[in-house]
Design a protein around this ligand. Structure first.
Ligand code: NAP
Length: 270
């Protein structure tokens, strides 16, 4: 499965804002992250824009992802909303623009049409989706021949996403993980703790490597410099197939963080 260069390990920015965000993002850039994940809903694009505009990293070396909120999906608001994100981020274009959620009525076509227009108008280099179900991925490839670079979804060891992964392989739309360490919950599991000891890595590194080895790109967020660094330093070891399969078995917990209680407009998940 093809990924954009540098997209494999992105620094997530929700729910960070202001000084806390600026400090974490500067640390992440120092550590080596070049992919940054934000969304208009996070209300933090201005802070990201000011950090990036004062950073010495060249624009071409950065991969900035933002997302259009569902209340901006109509033809009147979509493009102005993307332009607002660009103004706040102080960028001429995005690297990746995602539809943040499927529309509440489940009919994806009109919003995908707007996303294609945004790309045609040069507002973004690449496009993708987020929180799509396996049925929606099928609908997406039926509707358009464009390349969609990701479906960003909740993905961690405590949730069985094998059905969605199957749909991803079938449609050729790669998954990208959020809540990659289940906001810390996955790091307490004894299977993960034991593997961390065995591989002499942190529990976070075991979890993130398991996701990378499944062919996903990852989004991680931390305010702790040690965690920011550890979450990026994943390339100098590999999990064996047997150990990966032990982690697969944790999916039986079906621990879903982003459910309808948290996000009322969430679709009926796979
Ligand atoms: N598309 C969507 O709908 C959607 C939804 C949710 C999130 N996202 C994106 O995905 C990003 C990541 O997801 P997330 O922040 O929700 O969940 P996450 O990465 O699973 O969890 C972040 C939390 O875990 C802790 N943590 C991170 N790395 C750690 C480590 N190595 N060891 C111990 N604790 C660690 C952090 O605390 P410390 O600060 O103390 O390290 C932070 O509180 C977000 O920032 C956002 O960009 C997208």
């Amino acid at each position: 499965m093809h990924h954009l260069q540098g997209f494999e390990r992105a620094f997530g920015t929700f729910p960070l804002k202001g000084d806390e965000l600026a400090t974490a993002l500067i640390t992440a850039l120092d550590v080596g992250y070049r992919a940054i994940d934000t969304a208009q809903m996070y209300k933090n694009e201005k802070t990201i824009g000011s950090v990036l505009s004062t950073s010495r990293i060249k624009r071409n070396d950065l991969l900035v992802t933002s997302k259009v909120p569902i209340d901006q999906f109509d033809a009147q608001h979509f493009i102005p909303s993307v332009k607002q994100s660009l103004e706040d981020l102080q960028l001429d274009n995005l690297d990746v623009l995602l539809l943040h959620w499927p529309p509440a009525n489940g009919k994806i076509e009109a919003s995908v049409e707007q996303l294609l227009i945004a790309k045609q108008n040069g507002l973004t280099k690449h496009i993708g989706v987020s929180n799509y179900t396996s049925v929606m991925l099928e609908q997406l490839v039926q509707f358009s021949d464009e390349t969609f670079v990701c479906n960003q979804v909740e993905f961690h060891p405590l949730l069985d996403q094998s059905k969605l992964l199957q749909a991803s392989n079938k449609t050729g739309i790669p998954l990208s993980s959020y809540c990659s360490v289940a906001r810390g919950k996955a790091l307490e599991d004894p299977v993960i703790v034991d593997l961390a000891e065995k591989y002499q890595r942190t529990p976070g590194q075991i979890v993130l490597k398991w996701i990378l080895q499944k062919g996903l790109s990852i989004n991680t967020m931390s305010t702790n410099p040690d965690n920011i660094r550890a979450n990026f330093n994943l390339l100098d070891f590999n999990l064996s197939n047997v150990d990966s399969a032990c982690i697969d078995a944790l999916g039986r917990h079906n621990y879903r963080i982003v459910n309808k209680n948290l996000v009322p407009w969430a679709p009926d998940w796979d």
